[in-house]
Design a binder for this molecule. Sequence first.
Ligand code: NAP
Length: 267
Amino acid sequence: MDTPAVKLTSGYWIPALGLGTWHLRGEECVTAMRTALGMGYKHIDTADMYGNQAEIGRAMAGYDRSDIFVTSKVWRDDLHYDDVVRVGEAILRDLQTDYLDLLLIHWPNRSVPLRETFGALEQLVEQGRVRSVGVSNFDVALLKAAIQATDLPLTNNQVEFHPLLRQQELLAFCKQHDITLTAYCPLGRGAVLSNEVIVNLAGEYGKSPAQVSLRWLIQQGTIVIPKAGSEDHMRENMAIFDFEISPDDTQVIDRIEDKHHVVALDP
Ligand code: NAP
């Protein structure tokens, strides 16, 4: 089954399921990428600070570039104008590609004016090096500032989001402003998989806890990027478009009391 896609305000489409690649390095990364692309993953999430873009570039080389949606991110120490342009070009070189589908500000840095960073992103968009831009780890206040800082459509905010961390206020704001929300750590790096509510629902639906978590996220309207190193996990995470969690069971998940942050808010 083809992965559904979501339209960005830039006019481009982003597949609703992608492969997370944090912690995939070296030959393990090349092998995992080839496995994922071979089974039909069409959306890859990476970042300059993951140190794996050259490996991803090697694995993508055998594929039609236009079939793959690649997201990368500029780290918070590189948000001055010249640094964004330099890192943007380095990312393209490493990935062996002429353009990035989506480039995100990886993490806010209050000591660099957002206008300066977006000025550089605007240049990369004008040159056709980047198709869509967005942010990551931005709360509502920062999103409001980002909207004011650029004429570019702010297409995406990538944040931690899973059944144990339901950022409903942020999601509502994003929907109101046509900003897509990508849920990172969609399995809570494993924490979701042992939650009793999720495990029970998985049993009822004949699905795995990972599939219930990802399906719930898709039904929230988010984009999911589970990281998987093994072929079995990759395949399992793709099989989430053939079932639906009922409204009643959605409410059961919405009432889970655990609050679980995987990623520290201010690294
Ligand atoms: P995650 O996707 O929630 O969890 C990954 C872990 O779950 C891995 O140990 C993986 O094992 C396991 N797993 C995957 N599929 C499974 C399945 N079907 N059943 C059981 N276990 C399964 O955590 P994450 O990697 O931290 O987050 C996902 C991606 O989001 C990252 O890779 C990265 O691309 C992005 N991210 C972005 C930010 C940001 O600041 N923007 C921060 C964190 C993460 P195996 O590898 O052994 O398959």
